[in-house]
Design a protein around this ligand. Structure first.
Ligand code: PEP
Length: 251
C-alpha cells in the first residue's frame, strides 16, 4: 500500500454548524495534521461550506455523504458533484447501507453515482456489506460480489486508484457489534482479490479498503493491524473529539 491509511468520520445527520466548526478546531488541537495518515470528515451538506477553510488549513479532507449522478436538472432535494466540488469536497460516500436500506437506493443507482464521481475527478467511497441474515445464510461473498460488480460496472480502469471501498457489514453499523478483526480481514481480502481480477493486481494493492461498523478507540488498533484494512469509516464514535482523535491515532 503506497497510499496513506484513511480515517474517515461519517457524521450522518448530526451536529450543528457551530458544533462542527468547533469539532474541527479541537480535533486539530488533539491530533494536529498527521503526515502518515489521512483524516476525512463527511458532515451534513449544510456544513460543508462553513468547514471548508478550517479543513483545508488542518490538512483534512472533506467528503459529502451522497450525491446525484447528473450535473444539474429537475431533481428536487438532490445535490450534484460540481456543487460538492464547489464547496471543497474531494470525496463522496456512496451506497452507504442507510441509503440502500432506508431510502431504497439500488445497486444500479450506486453504479451511476460511482461512475459520475470518477467523471468529475472525485474519489468515491463505495460502501458494500451484507445484512445479518445474508451472513448467516452464507451469502456474504455473493452480496459483496453483486454490490462491487454493479457499483463499479461503469468505472474507467485508468483512474481506479482514486477509488476507496468501505466494507461495512450492516449488522455492525450503529449496533455496537464489531466484526472481529479476522472476519473483517476475510471480507477485505475477498474484496481485494476481486479488485485484482477486475482491474490489475498492482493497482488493487493500492486501493484503500476501509472497515466500518462500530469502530471505537478500543478496537481500532486490532482492526488496523490486519493486512487488508487500510482505514476506517466511523459513525457514532466520530462524533466525539476524544474518541475520533484516538481512532485517528491508531497504533
Ligand atoms: C457508518 O455509519 O458508516 C458506521 C460505520 O457507523 P458506526 O461506526 O456507528 O457503526
Amino acid at each position: 500500500m503506497t497510499q496513506k491509511p484513511l480515517m474517515a468520520a461519517n457524521w450522518k445527520m448530526h451536529l450543528s454548524i457551530r458544533e462542527a466548526v468547533n469539532f474541527v478546531a479541537r480535533l486539530h488541537e488533539a491530533v494536529g495534521t498527521p503526515d502518515d495518515r489521512e483524516v476525512l470528515i463527511a458532515p451534513p451538506f449544510t456544513h460543508l461550506w462553513a468547514l471548508r477553510e478550517a479543513m483545508g488549513a488542518a490538512g483534512y479532507s472533506l467528503a459529502a455523504q451522497n450525491c446525484h449522478w447528473e450535473e444539474k436538472g429537475a431533481f428536487t432535494g438532490e445535490i450534484s458533484l460540481p456543487m460538492l466540488q464547489e464547496v471543497g469536497c474531494t470525496y463522496v460516500i456512496l451506497g452507504h447501507s442507510e441509503r440502500r436500506h432506508i431510502f431504497g437506493e439500488s445497486d444500479e443507482w450506486v453504479g451511476l453515482k460511482t461512475a459520475a464521481a470518477f467523471a468529475h475527478g472525485m474519489s468515491p467511497i463505495l460502501c458494500v456489506g451484507e445484512k445479518l441474515e445474508e451472513r448467516e445464510a452464507g451469502r456474504t461473498e455473493a452480496v459483496l460480489l453483486r454490490q462491487l460488480e454493479t457499483g463499479l460496472a461503469r468505472v474507467p480502469s485508468e483512474r481506479i486508484e482514486k477509488l476507496v471501498v468501505a466494507y461495512e457489514p450492516v449488522w455492525a453499523i450503529g449496533t455496537g457489534k464489531t466484526a472481529s478483526p479476522e472476519q473483517a480481514q476475510e471480507a477485505h481480502a475477498f474484496i481485494r482479490g476481486w479488485l485484482a481480477e477486475r482491474f490489475q493486481k498492482e493497482i488493487a494493492k493500492n486501493i484503500r479498503i476501509l472497515y466500518g461498523g462500530s469502530v471505537k478507540p478500543d478496537n481500532v488498533d486490532a482492526l488496523m493491524a490486519q493486512p487488508d484494512i487500510d482505514g476506517a469509516l466511523v459513525g457514532g464514535a466520530s462524533l466525539d473529539v476524544a474518541s475520533f482523535g484516538r481512532i485517528v491515532r491508531f497504533q
